[in-house]
Each structure stands twice: as C-alpha cells, then as structure tokens.
Design a binder for this molecule. Structure first.
Ligand SMILES: Nc1ccn([C@@H]2O[C@H](COP(=O)(O)O)[C@@H](O)[C@H]2O)c(=O)n1
Ligand SMILES: C[C@@]1(CO)OP(=O)(O)OP(=O)(O)OC[C@H]1O
Length: 156
C-alpha cells in the first residue's frame, strides 16, 4: 500500500469561472490559472502521483505548455487514472478538504464526488470531500484564494 498527499492554492480573481471538482459554482469570482484552476482536482492528482512516486502535476502537465491553456482538469484527472492503471495500482480511498471562506461548497459536493469517481472509475464511497472556512484568517479567510488538500491510499 502507498499513501500520497496533495496541496494546491489558486487566487480568486474577477472575470474567471469558479470550477471546483469539475462543478461550475455560481460566484462573482473564479480561480486564476493556466488551466481551469480546479484546485481540488489538482490536489487529488498530486496525491495520486505522490503515492506512486511519480513527481507532480507540474511535471506531467507543465504550465508552459499551450496544450494545457484553460484545460478542463478532469481531462488531466483521467490521464492520471491511466497512469495508475499502467503502474498496476488501484485506489483504496481519497479524502480531501476545500479551504474557502466563501462560497459555501456543501450544495456542490455530491456532484464533485460523482465527477471524480466517474473519472477515476472508483466507487463513490471511496472519495470524500469536505469543506472548511478559516474563520476569516489568512489568505483564504480574506477571500484572496482557495486551497485544497488531499490524501489517498493506493493498493497493488
Ligand atoms: N466554503 C465552505 C466552508 C464550509 N462549509 C461547510 O460549513 C461547515 C462549517 O465550516 P467552518 O469552517 O465554520 O467549520 C463545514 O463543516 C462545511 O460543511 C462549506 O460548505 N463551504
Ligand atoms: C495543471 C496545470 C497546467 O498548467 O494547471 P495550473 O492552472 O497552472 O495550476 P497549478 O496548480 O499552478 O499547476 C499545475 C499545472 O500543471
């Protein structure tokens, strides 16, 4: 068995869509990035690559490559799923947390789980997504950005 962790942060800016876990969330700001900046999917991909000892998403999908400009991070998640299969692992479970003062995530979490379990071809009960504020502390608390953390267990 192998465990992996992932962490990502993106800045909240105007004139961008807010996409988290593959769900478009209505909000007056969105996350800035070369890709769609899906902070949760990025943290999950890094946890999976980390568990396999396969570096990180920046190595597989460089932000200097125009192929990834505004890319849907679910496309990248499906590529990571393929790498997991090639390495002959399967996912035991994933746990994760979105750190955002606003907006409220709870109405969107089931849809995020459905997207991620579909892309990774795992039972939805093996993916958990939580959300927390930071009680107005730090960059997340000031609404300057959103962070996500993930941990996974891989089995072979
Ligand atoms: N962006 C967020 C943050 C939190 N939630 C939900 O609210 C609960 C309470 O959050 P605290 O930070 O005050 O502990 C949390 O457990 C989540 O269920 C959310 O939906 N979206
Ligand atoms: C997936 C990528 C591709 O540019 O997305 P970015 O939006 O640049 O996001 P970041 O988490 O900073 O780095 C990962 C990149 O590889």
């Amino acid at each position: 068995m192998k465990v992996g962790i992932g962490y990502d942060v993106h800045a909240l800016v105007e004139n961008r869509k807010l996409v988290i876990g593959g769900v478009k969330i209505p909000y007056d700001k969105g996350l800035e990035g070369h890709s769609d900046a899906d902070v949760l999917i990025h943290a999950i991909m890094d946890s999976l690559l980390g568990a396999m000892g396969e570096k990180d998403i920046g190595c597989f999908f460089p932000d200097s490559d125009n192929e990834y400009k505004d890319v849907d991070s679910r496309v990248l998640l499906r590529r990571v799923s393929q790498i997991i299969k090639e390495n002959k692992y399967h996912i035991g479970n994933i746990d994760s947390v979105i750190i955002a003062q606003k907006p409220k995530m709870m109405d969107y979490i089931q849809n995020m789980k459905e997207n991620i379990s579909f892309d990774l071809e795992i039972d939805i009960k093996n993916i958990n997504i939580k959300a927390t504020t930071t009680e107005y502390l730090g960059f997340e608390g000031r609404g300057e950005g959103i962070a996500a953390q993930a941990i996974c267990l891989l089995e072979n």
